[in-house]
Design a protein around this ligand. Sequence first.
Ligand SMILES: *Cc1c(COP(=O)(O)O)cnc(C)c1O
Length: 391
Amino acid sequence: FTAYERGIGMKVNFYGRCHGEAESRYVNNCPSSDLETDGFIMNMVINKWNMLFPGTNPLFTTSCTTALETAVGCLGLKQGDEVILPSFNFPSAANAVLLHGGVPVFCDIDQETQNISVRDMARKIGPRTRAVVAVHYAGVSCPMEELLAAAGDAGIALIEDAAQGIGAFYTGRDDQRHALGTMGDFGAISFHHTKNLTCGEGGVLMTGDQKLYEKAAFPALHGTNRSMYLRGEVDRYTWNMPGSCTAMGELPAAMLASQLEILERVTLKRREIAQGYRERLTALDKGGTIRLMGIPNYAGYNGHIFYLRFEHERQRNLVREFLLKNGVECRTHYVPLHMSPQGAAMGYKEQDLKESAKCSCTLLRLPIHGLMTMEQVEYTTDMVIRACTGH
Ligand SMILES: *Cc1c(COP(=O)(O)O)cnc(C)c1O
């Protein structure tokens, strides 16, 4: 019997953070080192990263947002240059484009995955287009072959916003060459507290291109050539260009070092939760009441988000309220950027991007994290079924 059938209510939190076994030891050892940025602990993180994701030239940052800003900065945008990105998105990439003097151009999403619609993106490429920033929503990969081909044909850069993508792959489940964030010119991952691995606030910028890495390292370190100094190539560093300070500090790095050690465990657990949802909600999906999130056959999903889609906003809201009343934290997601006050100020209308608008009012995210139990999955699905069918 499930908890619900036994008449027991449950509290199911939306987020839950897994602790690494070595976390407190790594963090407690920090004060005994001098905490110099790019010190002992950051080197440990870089070594661990290179074992997991070889050849990605990681630049660890204060957030995925600052990583995306650094990547967009490397495009050298001129006034009026355009960067295409999906409207169903967090504001980070759009802000990065505006901060660097460019124009964000919003495109629509694919109705199966809520990822960028490559067709709509290709339609929006014009003479001023310099790049596309693609989000891998929910930890499900964009169709990289089509995306890379479309960007390549147009001669524009591809930046992967893989904020949600740690532990996920374009193809296969452990194909290191196809880890999200490692296939475009640049890719950025987030370690915000809502993500699969977290150090509170943090991010990483990756590129397979050594020259691009150098280009990114200068603005990330105050616009100086400190990266060369750290490698012993120069005996002091100086100001070379406009820049900022976006390097991750040693304390969050200590936490990240221990988080990287539990990547596999967290990913497997999250996939198991998602699989539990899928099995128990398949009948509702078949009956057409809800639509389970789409995961294309090629994709190696990391269980970052698990969501349902409804036909109508009213249905979604009824289920949402029922779950909340019964202790299950569930959430909607983005207000599409083109429908936000800033998007309206840029001249967009709601009907400009129909799928993004529809997704925003019919999507519901269920709790998923590494601390969840199967009993909580059963309880949550029982609640969804009851809200949808009345029994
Ligand atoms: C979380 C997230 C970000 C922001 O990451 P931070 O590390 O908080 O800056 C950007 N884009 C997407 C798609 C995200 O999910």
